[in-house]
Design a protein. Structure first.
Length: 273
């Protein structure tokens, strides 16, 4: 059993903390705002952007999970948690726990490819926007901190809101040509992947420092929308046709996480929906 510090405790962080605690791990969660009552989990109120609050914490832990979400989605919000917050937490760890095993929850936003390319953990990371660049810089800071750092890049998370279904119910226009590929992971598999990787770190160690967490079924936006409309009885989407060479996004390969031993609860969108 391990002593684990969860920095950030939103939907996925909360569920992960409670799952790890139920397994017998000693889990402490750091929350920025009002403390949430978590089963079997000790909670501490602190903000990663405030160095004094972090300096007051004890860092007698085996593992730390950095799963902090921006309070706003503008550049300043991203810089607060993925730049200032990361620098602050690593400075404190460097002083008090230089050998702690860290897991940083990142995003596939660090990839900039937009023509339907197949990508994996070894593909070039050249973000197309400022938010992606900020997250990639955070990854590099964690990886250079120590050899126990692990990066987990989530693709689009679903299963906690009905935003896409609501959009389709209202008769959304969906890109049909050129195919615009989408990649997703169910929230339950987000929790499952992190649980799996953290426990494997304890048991045998991990083979790689970076993992793509995405299901096995990249699919075009049009095919996904058509499937969901048929399944739920919504009007068929209106087709949007763009010129050749327009944005087609990317396709993500999850072979590495599966070879590591993780079995997806929802291997594709048909299972998850």
């Amino acid at each position: 059993m391990a002593k684990i510090l969860m920095v950030g405790c939103g939907d996925i962080g909360r569920s992960l903390a409670e799952r790890l605690a139920s397994q017998g791990h000693q889990v402490t969660a750091v929350q920025r705002n009002v403390l949430t009552d978590l089963g079997g989990v000790k909670t501490i109120k602190a903000d990663v952007t405030e160095p004094r609050q972090l300096a007051a914490l004890s860092f007698d832990y085996d593992q730390l999970v950095y799963i902090v979400a921006p309070s706003t989605h503008d550049i300043s919000g991203y810089k607060a948690v993925f730049e200032t917050g990361v620098i602050n937490i690593l400075e404190v760890l460097g002083q008090h726990a230089p050998n702690i095993q860290v897991t940083f929850i990142s995003s596939t936003r660090v990839y900039g490819q937009r023509q339907g390319e197949w990508l994996n953990e070894n593909s070039k990371t050249e973000p197309a926007d400022e938010r992606g660049k900020i997250i990639l810089a955070a990854e590099k800071r964690f990886l250079s901190f120590n050899k126990g750092s692990t990066i987990v890049r989530f693709s689009g998370i679903y299963g906690r809101s009905n935003r896409l279904l609501n959009k389709l119910r209202e008769g959304a226009e969906i890109q049909q040509q050129p195919s615009y590929f989408t990649n997703r992971i169910h929230r339950d598999d987000c929790i499952g992947v992190l649980d799996f990787l953290m426990n494997k770190k304890i048991d045998t160690g991990l083979s790689q420092p970076i993992y793509l967490a995405t299901d096995s079924s990249p699919v075009s936006q049009w095919d996904l929308a058509s499937y969901l409309c048929d399944k739920f009885g919504y009007p068929h989407p209106k087709a949007r046709v763009l010129k050749k060479g327009s944005d087609a996004n990317k396709r993500l390969d999850n072979m590495l996480i599966r070879e590591e031993g993780y079995c997806f609860k929802f291997d594709g969108y048909q299972d998850g929906y």
